[in-house]
Design a protein around this ligand. Structure first.
Ligand SMILES: [Zn+2]
Length: 249
C-alpha cells in the first residue's frame, strides 16, 4: 500500500494534467525536485487550482511515487505566499532562483541546505526595491559554494595575484583573471568595467543596490559569466530563461 509523507515544498511550475488535475514540479525540503499530481483540483464549481501559485511555499502530504516517479497530493497547507503585486523584475529574479534549482542534481542529504538558501533568497529578494537581479547573482554565488564549486572573486586564477576587480574569465575553465593575464591569454572573455564591478561587489552587493545602475548589457555579461561557469562545471549547457528578462531585447 502507498505510504504517506509530509514535506515542505516550493512550487516551481504547474500545468494542467487532465480535465480535473494539475501536475506540479516542486522543490521539496526532503527529496529535492519531484513531481506531484493534484487530482480533482479543477473539478466543477470547486475550481481550486488558483490556490496553487508558483513560488509559494506549501506543506504537502503526498503518497509515495507511482512507478513513473510521480507523487500524489492528499493534503496541502500554505506556509508562505510569494507576493503577486511586485514589479516584474522581482518576479523574474525570483523565477530565476527557482529555475536554477531545476538544473541541479542533488544527493538527498544536501537538499535541506539548498532549500534553506532558496527560502532566504526569496524572503530577502521580495523586499528589495532596486536591482533584485543582483541579489539573484549573490544567491548563485552562494549556491556555487554549497555545490563545492566556489567562484574566487579575490585572486586571479592564472597568476594568483589579488585582483582589484576581475578583467575577464577564461574560456576553458570559466575562472576570473586579472588585466595582465587577460591580455596574455590566447582566448578569453573580457568583462566591461560595470560588469566586473558588479561581480567583485557581489558578496556585499546588498549595501550597493541603490547606487548601482545595471544596464541590460551589464546584466547580460554577468549572466553569461555565471552560465558559462556552470555549464563547464556541469558538463552540459546551462540556460535560465528567466534571466532573459534583464538582457537587451
Ligand atoms: Zn593574473
Amino acid at each position: 500500500m502507498a505510504s504517506k509523507s509530509k514535506t515542505n515544498c516550493y512550487l516551481l511550475k504547474k500545468q494542467p494534467y487532465s480535465e480535473t488535475s494539475v501536475l506540479m514540479q516542486v522543490f521539496s525540503d526532503t527529496h529535492g525536485q519531484i513531481s506531484i499530481l493534484a487530482k480533482g483540483l479543477r473539478k466543477g464549481k470547486e475550481h481550486r487550482d488558483y490556490l496553487l501559485n508558483v513560488l509559494n511555499e506549501y506543506e504537502f502530504v503526498v503518497t509515495s511515487p507511482s512507478p513513473s516517479g510521480i507523487h500524489t497530493l492528499s493534503e496541502m497547507t500554505l506556509i508562505d505566499e510569494y507576493p503577486t503585486d511586485l514589479p516584474l523584475e522581482n518576479w523574474f529574479a525570483a523565477q530565476a532562483g527557482a529555475e536554477i534549482l531545476t538544473k541541479l542534481i542533488l544527493p538527498d542529504d544536501e537538499v535541506p541546505l539548498f532549500y534553506k538558501a532558496m527560502k532566504q533568497y526569496l524572503n530577502y529578494q521580495k523586499s528589495v526595491t532596486y536591482n533584485p537581479v543582483a541579489i539573484f547573482w549573490r544567491y548563485l554565488l552562494h549556491l556555487n559554494k554549497l555545490l563545492g564549486i566556489p567562484v574566487d572573486l579575490e585572486n586571479c586564477s592564472c597568476c594568483h595575484s589579488k585582483m582589484e576587480r576581475p578583467a575577464g574569465y577564461t574560456t576553458d575553465c570559466g575562472l576570473l583573471v586579472c588585466h595582465k593575464c587577460l591580455a596574455e591569454l590566447p582566448v578569453a572573455n573580457s568583462l566591461e568595467t560595470e560588469a566586473s564591478v558588479v561581480i567583485k561587489l557581489l558578496p556585499v552587493i546588498g549595501n550597493y543596490l541603490n547606487d548601482l545602475v545595471i544596464t541590460p548589457e551589464t546584466a547580460k555579461q554577468v549572466n553569461s559569466f555565471f552560465l558559462h561557469y556552470l555549464s563547464l562545471q556541469f558538463h552540459r549547457k546551462v540556460t535560465l530563461n528567466s534571466l532573459q528578462f534583464f538582457e537587451p531585447k
